[in-house]
Design a protein around this ligand. Structure first.
Ligand code: AMP
Length: 412
């Protein structure tokens, strides 16, 4: 039984999708006004592991993510650099694709950008205006949380503290953990000098960050999905905004499970431009380190635990992976396979898969699964050294390890 920790219930739950055998998943992708750093990749990697593991469990997976390419920060960055928004975001998207490939992350093809969701964005806002959840104000359009029963249910927001007088938040991206108590923006009406402008039925302007995920989700996956995932910072506002927008329109539960990955920090400090400690994949792939070392490092610590990156820890984790890979090579080499295996070996090999899956089934316990694999392989290596492993069993083990590596992506 596959269990996932659902942020909505703050507990582990057995995964039961809306339609048996099918899993519909959305993950928050990168904002492409700047390059993703290795913290972002940590989140994208646990999501990659989730998707591939669901496939391993034979679910038919329908999955999408998004590249956010219109928000305030994108426009500011393009203006500062004197570049066109498209040129800036195209460049970063290209880099994102090649780095994701390097780390073994399989992305949907194509990855929708928020700029492709014009029709759906306008449709959603029109519906919200019609139902009274949204209203126009000075050319902009805002969502009124007081019109949505259950607002803030993911964060467990205390609505009794909601301001009596109207507060409107125009900024569409936020830092930190503070909750903005007030109406949030859906649509920025056109102002002179704006460089991203859509001419639409609801007027001239541009979509806010808050409406872009709901537009892509509902267009590509529908109004009810199984799993919504992202990093822990999204529990504050962002995912509650998705819920409020989508459920106000559909009147149905948006997602059954919400997954949130903890952040990666570097040498005990969160990564930030002002500290100058932001790390990118190439910073980690110097000397002996290969992309699979980085993939392993970012996946080995459980996705709901904070991961502190230090050189020492990265080296130790890479040494550990190297010893696992070398063990795999030694056991699978045809040399010194015996004619006939000792009794019980077939069961022992089948147990390797079962044991790995058992740990993975416990909320994607990849690190524990790897530790068990290492222990089990060491036991098997002893048998092989004593001529107790025949050629057929070696083949059988190879097949199982390759199946595991379809989602792990680090063993071969
Ligand atoms: P962004 O491009 O800022 O929208 O982030 C893309 C994804 O990376 C989101 O799911 C964020 O929650 C996640 N994220 C941001 N910073 C970190 C970090 N330091 N460690 C892990 N995930 C992060």
């Amino acid at each position: 039984m596959f269990k996932l920790y659902n942020t909505m219930s703050r507990s582990k739950e057995i995964f039961k999708p809306i339609q048996p055998g099918k899993a519909i998943v959305f993950s928050c992708g990168p904002s492409i006004y700047r390059r993703p750093h290795i913290g972002n990749y940590r989140t994208f990697l646990y999501e990659d592991l989730l998707i591939k593991y669901l496939k391993h469990l034979k679910y038919k997976v329908k999955y999408t993510t998004i590249m956010t390419d219109i928000e305030d920060k994108t426009i500011t960055e393009a203006k500062t650099k004197g570049e066109k928004v498209d040129a800036l975001t195209d460049d970063i998207a290209k880099r994102f694709f090649s780095e994701a490939k390097l780390l073994g992350i399989e992305l949907p093809n194509p990855v929708p950008r928020s700029s492709t969701g014009k029709k759906q964005t306008v449709l959603l806002i029109k519906k919200l205006l019609q139902s009274g959840h949204a209203y126009k104000y000075n050319g902009d359009i805002f969502f009124d949380p007081l019109k949505f029963n259950g607002f803030g249910k993911l964060f467990k927001l205390d609505m009794s503290k909601w301001p009596k007088t109207k507060v409107r938040f125009k900024k569409d991206t936020y830092n930190g953990r503070r909750w903005n108590r007030g109406d949030f923006i859906l649509w920025h009406g056109y102002k002179e000098g704006d460089i991203t402008v859509w001419d639409t039925e609801i007027g001239k302007g541009r979509p806010s960050w808050n409406i872009q995920d709901p537009a892509i989700i509902t267009e590509h996956l529908g109004y009810s999905i199984d799993i919504n995932c992202g990093g822990i910072d999204n529990i504050f506002r962002h995912h509650d905004y998705n819920i409020a927008i989508i459920e106000s329109i559909s009147g149905k539960e948006y997602a059954k499970y919400y997954l949130h990955g903890e952040h990666l920090i570097a040498n005990g400090k969160s990564m930030s431009k002002s500290r100058g400690n932001i790390l990118y994949p190439e910073d980690m792939l110097r000397n002996r380190h290969k992309p699979y070392h980085l993939r392993f490092f970012l996946l080995y610590t459980h996705y709901r635990k904070k991961l502190n990156l230090t050189d020492k820890k990265f080296n130790e984790t890479s040494d550990y992976l190297d010893s696992i890979r070398s063990l795999v090579r030694k056991i699978l080499s045809v040399k010194n396979s015996s004619k006939k295996s000792a009794p019980g070996i077939t069961e022992e090999i089948n147990f390797i898969k079962k044991d790995f899956e058992e740990k993975m089934n416990d909320d994607l316990g990849f690190g524990s699964a790897i530790n068990c694999l290492f222990k089990n392989l060491n036991n098997l290596k002893l048998k092989k050294d004593n001529n107790q492993l025949d050629y057929n069993n070696v083949n059988m083990l190879e097949k199982i390890l390759k199946e595991i590596d379809n989602f792990a992506g680090v063993l071969f």
